[in-house]
Design a protein around this ligand. Structure first.
Ligand code: ATP
Ligand code: MG
Ligand code: MG
Ligand code: MG
Length: 480
């Protein structure tokens, strides 16, 4: 099927609306009154209050398409085909309502029915938790998933410490041999392994058990009296399948931004068929400008800590990749209209805040370019001093200061030093960097995969006595 990203998003919501779900509009990327989370990083993160029983949902069946930011994937952007910092997660949720028997056949219907997505069944694979034979049986008996397409994966258990936990089932689309980045005999070359052939499109979490304090073996966790379903499907990945993009970037969500960047690049062109370093730069810029634009539209501002620092870091990375493409001067604001053009129909907040987005980006970009200049002149001094003293290289401390204070990338320091016939003490630099990362990690809340993200869900009012969606919680909760 030829479907636009807007149609694919809408079809997901329409499907679950047809199964009696309430369509919840997307929420701000900035968590509402939730200090445990830096950014909304999954669809369920915005619905936490319904899952923890503190607020009664308007309906026990909900569906949404939610913008999300995952900073843990920054380094993957442009290198893998499937990761972004900002992406959209589509999900359906059961709050003490339906469970495995319903959700698995529905997922299958949406993916394969010609009335809906109509994907080729032969290309779909699923993983289950080995001890969750119940889910395996439902996949095998209640759907016409081809025989041999269920894999048991030990990691498929969502457990974040005390509170709700349970097995999950992931759905993969086989993109074909051309997409295999590992040889066929590599043990990772299977659905659920770390390879680019089997693209993980959808994760279904069966919140079934209560991890009570003191328990360590998940086969001893008691069942929750009221079980929940939480799912997440990556829109950009699904779009790459429908539009036959080699990566998520080769779709109507990113190409308009990339083409706009090409106009500014000095003779460099984006080539969909290759993995050149220039192509990575085009992708990183397109990814980061989306994240920056959304974050600013939702009220975040560049700064030196927390969310502000994420914006600053993304912007700096985008500027440096722009330099690799020979782009002269400030350019990021010129991409904002393309970002708006690709997402306006579902996220009017971008257009509404266009002026703020552009002004904020321009000021920050100018500031960074100044900083880069300052970094260069400091580096010149450091080099001159090292030479004067007859040293062979630049110290790790100086290299770290340049990257940390001036946002000056280490590769640039190495390059300049090399030109002057000097080395850089990389081990000492790495050590300083690691120490800084450890400090940052300690200060940051958990911010990665869906399981850990759902840590948000265990931040309950009475964690040790929580037994799921109890009647008591319903009675005591505020209805909104
Ligand atoms: P992966 O293993 O590919 O990193 P994940 O298991 O970390 O994905 P989940 O936490 O299960 O992802 O999130 C649910 C869905 O959201 C995934 O199946 C995928 O479709 C999508 N998704 C997750 N992370 C990203 C990302 N960084 N960029 C784009 N889509 C993502
Ligand atoms: Mg995964
Ligand atoms: Mg997953
Ligand atoms: Mg991940």
């Amino acid at each position: 099927k030829e479907l636009s990203s807007a149609e694919i998003r809408q079809m997901f919501l329409d499907f679950f609306a047809s199964k009696d779900h309430l369509v919840v509009p997307p929420k701000s990327l900035i968590p509402d009154n939730d200090p445990s989370l830096l950014w909304i990083n999954s669809g369920v993160a915005t619905l936490k209050k319904y899952f923890d029983g503190s607020v009664v949902p308007p309906k026990p069946r909900l569906t949404n398409a939610q913008k999300a930011i995952r900073t843990n994937d920054i380094e993957n952007v442009g290198k893998t085909a499937r990761h972004h910092t900002l992406f959209e997660m589509m999900g359906n949720f059961s709050i003490g309502d339906y469970f495995k028997e319903e959700v698995i056949p529905w997922a299958w219907e949406l993916l394969t029915s010609p009335e809906w997505y109509g994907l080729d069944k032969e290309k779909l694979y699923v993983t289950v938790y080995p001890k969750d034979q119940e889910s395996r049986k439902i996949w095998e008996e209640k759907t016409d998933l081809p025989a041999g397409h269920v894999y048991e994966v030990e990691d498929n258990f969502w457990d974040i410490g005390e509170g709700p936990s349970g097995p999950d089932s992931e759905i993969f689309y086989d993109r074909g041999e051309a997409f295999a980045d590992l040889p066929a005999d590599d043990p990772e070359m299977y659905p659920g392994g770390e390879n680019e052939r089997y693209l993980e499109i959808w994760n279904i979490v069966f919140s079934q058990f209560n991890h009570l304090p003191g328990l360590t073996d998940n086969s001893t966790y008691p069942e929750l009296p009221h079980k929940n379903i939480d799912t997440g499907m990556g829109l950009e990945r699904l779009v790459s399948v429908f539009q036959n993009g080699r990566t998520n970037f080769d779709t109507d969500l990113f190409l308009p931004i990339i083409h706009e960047t090409e106009k500014l690049a000095n003779g460099y062109h984006y080539d969909e068929t290759k993995d050149t370093t220039e192509n990575i730069s085009f992708k990183v810029i397109a990814d980061h400008i989306r994240a920056i634009s959304f974050a600013i539209a939702d009220g975040a501002k560049p700064s030196n800590e927390g969310r502000g620092y994420v914006i600053r870091r993304l912007l700096r990375r985008a500027v440096l990749h722009g330099q690799k493409l020979g782009i002269q001067g400030d350019f990021l604001t010129k991409l904002v209209p393309a970002v708006i053009g690709t997402l306006d129909s579902y996220y009017p907040e971008l257009k509404e805040n266009q002026t703020t987005i552009e002004k904020t980006i321009l000021a920050e970009e100018k500031r960074f370019n100044k900083t880069l200049k300052a970094g260069l002149s400091l580096l010149d001094e450091v080099i001159a001093e090292a030479k004067e003293k007859g040293q062979k290289g630049i110290s790790g401390a100086d290299a770290f200061k340049l990257s940390d204070t001036y946002g000056f990338p280490i590769e640039l320091t190495e390059e300049q030093a090399e030109e002057a016939g000097l080395s850089v003490d990389l081990p000492a630099y790495e050590e300083a960097l690691q120490a800084q990362r450890d400090r940052a990690r300690a200060a940051r809340s958990n911010d990665h995969a869906m399981g850990v993200q759902n840590a948000a869900l265990t931040d309950l009012q009475v964690p040790s006595t929580y037994v799921g969606w109890t009647d008591k919680a319903v009675l005591g909760a505020k209805v909104v």
